[in-house]
Design a protein around this ligand. Structure first.
Ligand SMILES: [Zn+2]
Length: 189
């Protein structure tokens, strides 16, 4: 089987032998076999006899306005820290492990007395990127589709479901009620 230009290969796929080509970017020499080290497209420089694999899975960069999914890692009086897992509708991995924060004034449209009435550690949330300053990513969850997507009861750690009341969740097991800034996309299963 001959490898063709632009063919998509997986890490570990054999591309040829060392007598045919020089191993280029995205490849390695495995005891005389040239194999791909990345998922990407094969590029063959016929003049130089170099075979390479170019990965086009460029990492995603966050920008203002992006909708993200993340998890609450800490609640401070003024800000909830968020581990940003991925950008909505973007399958690419993030370039960096991003941390973001929701300031108490950006959590809800209405006045919020304390942040623990909107989020708790471990909550899965949707939020919007409102500002990026260097490494600091400010998030907001005032939109209806933003807020908590999935939360666990702080008493028994079972999942909770939405109730008739806005921004209230109830435990599936112990029936405890807790306040959250609930997204309209909350997952009730
Ligand atoms: Zn419970």
């Amino acid at each position: 089987m001959k490898i063709e230009e632009d063919e998509i290969v997986m890490p570990g796929d054999k591309l040829g032998i060392i007598e045919q080509y020089l191993p280029g970017e995205g490849t390695y020499d495995d005891d005389g076999d040239i194999k791909s080290s990345v998922l990407g497209n094969v590029k063959i420089n016929q003049k130089m006899k170099v075979i390479s694999v170019v990965s086009d899975a460029k990492p995603a960069l966050l920008k203002v306005g992006d909708i993200i999914y993340g998890q609450i890692t800490d609640i401070k009086p003024q800000r909830a820290n968020v581990n940003i897992e991925c950008i909505k509708d973007n399958a690419r991995p993030l370039a960096l492990p991003y941390m973001g924060a929701i300031h108490i004034s950006q959590a809800k449209k209405d006045y919020l007395e304390k942040l623990s009435d909107a989020f708790r550690i471990g909550d899965i949330i949707q939020a919007k990127v409102v500002k990026i300053t260097g490494d600091n990513v400010d998030l907001g969850s005032t939109d209806d589709d933003c807020g908590v997507l999935k939360a666990m009861c702080t008493r028994c750690r079972d999942y909770m479901h939405t109730t008739q009341k806005a921004d209230e969740l109830q435990c599936n097991t112990c029936n405890r009620k807790e306040k959250r800034k609930v997204s309209k996309n909350y997952i009730n299963d």
